[in-house]
Design a binder for this molecule. Sequence first.
Ligand SMILES: Cc1ncc(COP(=O)(O)O)c(C=O)c1O
Length: 457
Amino acid sequence: MSLERLDQAAIHALRESENIEFARTHLRSLELRERGRASMPNGVPMSWMTGLYEHPTIFPDTGVGAWFTDVDGHRYLDMNQVDIAGFLGFAPEPVTRALTDRASRGSSYLLPTEDAIAATQNLAERVGLPFWQFTGAASNSNAELIRLARVYTGRDRVLMFEGKYHGDVVDVLGRVDGDGPRADTPGMASNASRGEVTIPFNDMASLEAALAAGDIACVLSEPMLTNFNIIFPDDDFWPRAQALIREAGALLFFDEAHTHSFAYGGLVNLWGLKPDAVTVGKGLGSGVPFAAYGMSADLAEVYEANSRPPSPIEDGSAAITTGGTTYASALIMAVARAALEECLSAEQYARVDALGIRLAEGLEAIFARRSLNWRAPLIGGRSGWVLGPELPRNTVDSAATMDIFFSNTRRVFMANRGIWEALDTAGPACSFAHTEADVDRYLEVSEEFVVRTTTPA
Ligand SMILES: Cc1ncc(COP(=O)(O)O)c(C=O)c1O
């Protein structure tokens, strides 16, 4: 019902004219893309770089703070921040300094550096879990944790929530729907995805039923879902779920790859949650690719007991396979330390919170001026567009309050006005580099878009 006010004819006409304008003004990017096709599928080195955008991709040139320029000379205010991986803004000075300094002294040794102690102690203090490991991406952190959970519990299955995304590794790419278990993606072995169970978010009865069989090794979830627009937990969901999960002998892992950008120490810290492990990722917003996971002392004990040695050759037992040649390099540990000690302070999170309020209140004011019963969710610096009167509690609600064609039209409309908008299932977010003036610019263009794409009340 809430989508009734979308003026589909106006949206389609606008999309066509905006696409033409975009193509006309991005000739150099289009040319590079065509050249790229000779050596890269789709003309890009990683499929998301084109698959996330319905308009042709652009080639950036330079980014500083909240803004970047492309090779056609356009300047963009970035309201997506590399899907959280750039929430410190482009080229944050402490990170650039740490990179330059460490690279000039050797970036990788397959040995620990002292920075690792500072970074992991900082993470332990802010997140509240004592032991940490580093990986290359949040996908890998989740995969290692799931392996550890299986060893710890002696059980196989992983319970996740509908609307999840936990990365591109086998263990998190399955689900259960009306047709039974199935893979989220082509290319999985035909007997894969038997270990995954998915249930609706905020559904205590389904959680209880899924845990009843006693075969769940771990529950893996974001504290709130962020990959299907924004879905908040009910107030009592996690307190009750935590107790149920513990009673059932399963472990609780929170994936804070996105949500650690919403609050100092992540939502686990903000909401007082008590998981057995937490994943952080996306280079802590530094723009440098790495991830980590924190674990309880109990889990760390099992981790140590199952690490190399023992050698599989000597005594027949095998260590859990974890790690990677380039993980936790001297370079990464220097960046992590600089980001944690010099950028990710409680004061800076509080500054971003204030910008988030300005953004969400500004969007709701726009909706109200147009008499639209839409909502703008708010968490940290992130907001969003919920095209309905209530914030969604699960993916069914969320799908009913989204219109992907509308979001994608908004993105090209914004790109033509110097704003790089979010992914179609994510909302706009303020980075550590945004200012009030940046938020106001986003709101100005948003209002113009709303007026042009909705029917008057
Ligand atoms: C919640 C969550 N977990 C894990 C991942 C995977 O992160 P990466 O792509 O860095 O492996 C993502 C990626 O968007 C994510 O949103």
